[in-house]
Design a protein around this ligand. Structure first.
Ligand code: ADP
Length: 252
């Protein structure tokens, strides 16, 4: 196994002295999908922003392939909960995706072709010419995922990515993520406060303590890679893990 990400005694205090993350250590292997679960306000987003290089740790270090992250790494993409704010409403869906590819491809034609390909991957080829406002929330989040993947990231950070869609769409997007991830060698760190989601998606579930966040437990998910919304959720291993994660989250 190749270590991709090392979080070494990460601490982040905001100006004014509020410590959001305290002495948090975690390692992520290349190709893993790690879910991070913990109560609201325990520092999950702060952790992701430190990994993304959007915030500097006030203590400890974050290493990507052995190098300390000091800026937003080139090999990284991020998907946020609020798809509405992450897409540019005045651009077509295709141009929203093509926008992030301007450093990858020389010509506009190449960028638009790559954007179309990424949209096809998430089942949205037919919506390419539409504007985000013409799409449902779930479709907009698919565009955000297509945009992140079109960029060809080695590391994908997802911050409550399915938190603002209805339950059925959420399940569809969870399965889309698993399908995309099976086709590409991307490493994923996904933050959620949804215990079932953390188990359903994860190769490993990392449970954080209440604020300030530290790692309370790491649980390997012994479920087959090929997950199914109905069968997997009935699997005794799923039932056992969700109870265990639930107990840990409550214990903090
Ligand atoms: P989570 O994602 O687990 O809900 P956050 O990382 O968003 O947690 O926040 C952790 C704590 O840090 C919260 O108490 C929050 O109020 C605080 N916090 C988050 N962002 C800022 C900021 N920019 N300035 C000051 N405090 C912040």
């Amino acid at each position: 196994m190749i270590r991709m990400l090392t979080i070494d005694a990460l601490t982040h205090s905001y100006p004014g002295g509020h410590t959001a993350v305290d002495d948090l250590s975690l390692a992520v292997e290349a190709g893993e999908l790690v879910t991070v679960v913990g109560p609201s306000g325990c520092g999950k987003s702060t952790l992701l922003r430190c990994i993304a290089g959007l915030q500097r740790p006030t203590g400890g270090r974050v290493l990507l392939n052995g190098d300390e992250i000091r800026d937003v790494p080139d090999s990284l993409a991020m998907v946020f909960q609020s798809y509405g704010r992450s897409l540019l409403p005045w651009l077509s869906v295709r141009d929203n995706v093509a926008l992030v590819l301007r450093h990858r491809y020389g010509s506009r034609r190449e960028r638009r072709a790559a954007a179309l390909e990424a949209l096809a991957e998430v089942g949205l080829a037919d919506a390419a010419a539409k504007h985000p406002g013409q799409l449902s929330g779930g479709m907009q989040q698919r565009v955000a995922i297509a945009r992140a993947l079109a960029y060809g990231p080695k590391l994908l950070l997802m911050d409550e990515p399915f938190g603002s869609v209805d339950a059925q769409t959420r399940e569809d997007l969870e399965d889309l993520l698993l399908a995309l991830r099976a086709r590409t060698p991307v490493t994923v760190v996904l933050v959620t406060h949804d215990i079932d989601e953390s188990v359903y998606l994860g190769d490993r579930v990392v449970v954080l303590t209440g604020a300030p966040g530290r790692v309370l437990a790491e649980l390997p998910v012994g479920l087959p890679a090929d997950r199914d919304q109905i069968k997997t959720r009935q699997d005794p291993e799923f039932v056992r893990l969700r109870a265990e994660v639930g107990r840990l989250v409550r214990e903090k």
